[in-house]
Ligand binder design. Structure first.
Ligand code: HEC
Ligand code: HEC
Ligand code: HEC
Ligand code: HEC
Length: 140
């Protein structure tokens, strides 16, 4: 009896580890959103590398991860991928930064999609209700 229980636990453990490893690898990046007090919309899942490959942005990290001199002058040959957007863009716009965090995402993400006429522009296309269907759309 005891041995059986033990084996069952081991089997369960193996399955759990396998599942965990699998889902970690497949999981699209979750954009840091702890700065938003409570989410009004579903979390946007962003397949970082896949997106940037499709949109030909792989050599253009600074398009999203930019650096400013004195909060004013864009420095084009430096990047800030070590900092989440929320390091510089606060919930409400401030004296040093006139772009709130939400506006930063919408201006960066949605405006490009409008401009190039590719990629999602409707609320529900980025803030997808069911996370399961987001993952499968991104894999197609
Ligand atoms: C289309 C916009 C975009 C482009 C282009 C882009 N990134 Fe990102 N990246 C993001 C966003 C959004 C996040 C999440 C930031 C946050 O949580 O505030 C992120 C996060 C990251 C992170 C942190 C990863 C993590 O798991 O927390 C790294 C490292 C990174 N990017 C590197 C790069 C590099 C290197 C390039 C260029 C090859 C690049 N990015 C190009 C949008 C972009
Ligand atoms: C190291 C600080 C820093 C980081 C990190 C940062 N920004 Fe910014 N961003 C700024 C500053 C400073 C400005 C200029 C604000 C102003 O003009 O008042 C700015 C302006 C912007 C603008 C308006 C100008 C434009 O380029 O269209 C957008 C949109 C934006 N940021 C999006 C983002 C996004 C999205 C991220 C994360 C992927 C991010 N920023 C990360 C500092 C930062
Ligand atoms: C410089 C332009 C540009 C920026 C900035 C940009 N995108 Fe995109 N995005 C595209 C293009 C182009 C496509 C269409 C790619 C294709 O399928 O050919 C796309 C497609 C998408 C898709 C559809 C699924 C996929 O991964 O292809 C999602 C979701 C998406 N973008 C989210 C975002 C988010 C979130 C951000 C901001 C963090 C962002 N995009 C910033 C150009 C951009
Ligand atoms: C191109 C993709 C895109 C589109 C289209 C888009 N958003 Fe967002 N939005 C984002 C990203 C990225 C964030 C920051 C990450 C997150 O919240 O998961 C965000 C954040 C937000 C937030 C703050 C966080 C929260 O959930 O409270 C709100 C509110 C929001 N969006 C509402 C909207 C509404 C309303 C629309 C339609 C008018 C819209 N968004 C369209 C990408 C998009």
């Amino acid at each position: 009896m005891k041995v059986k229980k033990c084996i069952l636990i081991i089997i369960a453990f193996i399955f759990a580890t396998a599942f965990f490893t699998y889902s970690e690898e497949d999981k699209p990046l979750q954009i840091g959103n702890s700065a938003f007090n409570h989410l009004q919309r579903s979390q946007v899942l962003f397949d970082h590398d896949g997106h940037n490959e499709k949109a030909a942005l792989e050599d253009d990290c600074g398009t999203c991860h930019h650096v400013y001199d004195d909060d004013k002058q864009l420095i084009t040959d430096e990047t800030s991928e070590d900092s989440p957007c929320s390091d510089c863009h606060t919930l409400k716009k401030s004296k040093s930064n006139s772009i709130s965090l939400r506006a930063a995402y919408h201006k960066r993400c949605r405006d490009c999609h409008f401009k190039v006429k590719k990629g999602p522009v409707l609320c529900g296309e980025c803030h997808v209700r069911s996370k399961v269907s987001t993952v499968s759309t991104q894999k197609e």
